[in-house]
Design a protein around this ligand. Structure first.
Ligand SMILES: Cc1cc2nc3c(=O)[nH]c(=O)nc-3n(C[C@H](O)[C@H](O)[C@H](O)COP(=O)(O)O)c2cc1C
Length: 334
């Protein structure tokens, strides 16, 4: 068996662990649309076009967002191993699939705030269960806003007076997607999986089957495999945040992904749980309307509900060998 490749003078085992942690990032339907090319002095992050979701994400915006989140984990894991990552997004003269190049920039000194994020990588997961009716503290809200800022993004905390309009937009987006048979077929291919799946969302992580009365959680990941336990009610007032970037570009998609992951890991480190409500940013009409509601100058990237809960089930990841680009020739395949 070929040894796992090594980078930056680290051992093969250390490099493998770094890539494993990068691959623990969130992705639409757990599609894990990333691959890594490991060279002695360079790690390349590639999009995996075979994992593209053409109906939900025709322009690959969310694919790049997920890859940005993986890049953030990669940065944290390299720093923890003592390597200061120097990142070039969308390098010129690179293969069409290359999203970022990471080089070693000398000795890293990980800040305590980044160490806490690093330690949260294996704890973070999507929490599709109801939250407890406990408000998120002002201090935690500030930490989340600062986390987004630090990665060149901006966090809009949804105010109670905005809930009604946003709820209407989310419902509209959900109805539009579910009315499209191509969307339903695409999603069905990734959900309702058994626990030993290596991609897609297993039934155990699906959360309760949504009901029409639910305000925020509409996407049904149960695929009809589980019934909702009687008396299950979603929280009435989750913290709702919209992650935004100033620009609307491929580079900004990657920045948004890094910001999403810093935000989500910060929440996890504070003992909070989160799940994404993506329909509203996937459907172009509702995304544009949300953009107008936010003043028109920013691009909304992700809507999240955040709150207190109890640990729920994580979704598995594919084999680490499958995340590698084995040679230059393969990297140029699109
Ligand atoms: C761009 C993007 C969109 C997502 N949209 C949703 C969503 O609408 N609903 C949801 O429950 N989870 C959503 N997720 C979460 C993924 O389903 C989740 O990250 C994936 O299944 C892996 O599980 P984990 O987050 O527990 O590691 C999204 C994730 C990303 C990165």
């Amino acid at each position: 068996m070929r040894a796992f490749p090594a980078a930056f003078g680290l051992t093969s085992g250390q490099t493998e662990q770094i890539i494993r942690l990068a691959g623990m990032a969130p992705s639409l339907h757990n599609s894990q649309p990333w691959r890594f090319r490991i060279l002695p002095q360079l790690i390349e992050l590639h999009a995996d076009p075979k994992r593209h979701l053409p109906v939900a994400d025709p322009e690959d915006r969310e694919l790049r967002l997920a890859c940005g989140a993986a890049l953030f984990n990669l940065r944290l894991a390299l720093e923890q191993a003592g390597i200061r990552p120097v990142v070039t997004l969308l390098p010129h003269l690179a293969a069409a699939t290359t999203l970022a190049e990471v080089r070693g920039g000398g000795q890293a000194h990980q800040r305590p705030v980044d160490l806490r994020c690093y330690e949260a990588i294996t704890e973070r997961h999507s929490h599709r269960q109801p939250f407890r009716n406990i408000p998120v503290s002002t201090e935690d809200r500030h930490l989340l806003m600062r986390a987004a800022h630090e990665e060149q993004a901006w966090l809009h905390v949804v105010q109670p007076g905005e809930h009604g309009t946003l709820e209407g937009l989310v419902h509209r987006a959900h109805r539009a997607q579910m009315a499209d048979p191509r969307f339903r077929t695409e999603m069905a291919a990734w959900i309702g999986r058994a626990d030993d799946t290596t991609e897609g969302v297993p039934v155990s992580a699906a959360g309760p089957k949504p009901e029409p009365k639910d305000q925020w959680v509409h996407r049904d990941f149960t695929a009809g495999h589980t019934e909702r336990a009687p008396g299950t009610e979603f929280e009435t007032h989750p913290l709702l945040v919209v992650l935004c970037t100033r620009h609307n570009s491929r580079e900004a998609d990657l920045q948004a992904g890094q910001a999403l992951q810093r935000l989500w890991l910060t929440a996890t480190a504070q003992g909070l749980f989160a799940s994404m409500i993506s329909e509203v940013v996937e459907v172009p009409e509702t995304r544009e309307e949300l953009q107008r509601l936010l003043g028109g100058n920013v691009t909304p990237r992700a809507l999240l509900r955040i709150g207190h809960g109890a640990p729920s089930v994580a979704s598995p990841r594919r084999d680490i060998g499958d995340m590698l680009v084995n040679g230059a020739a393969e990297a140029f395949e699109t």
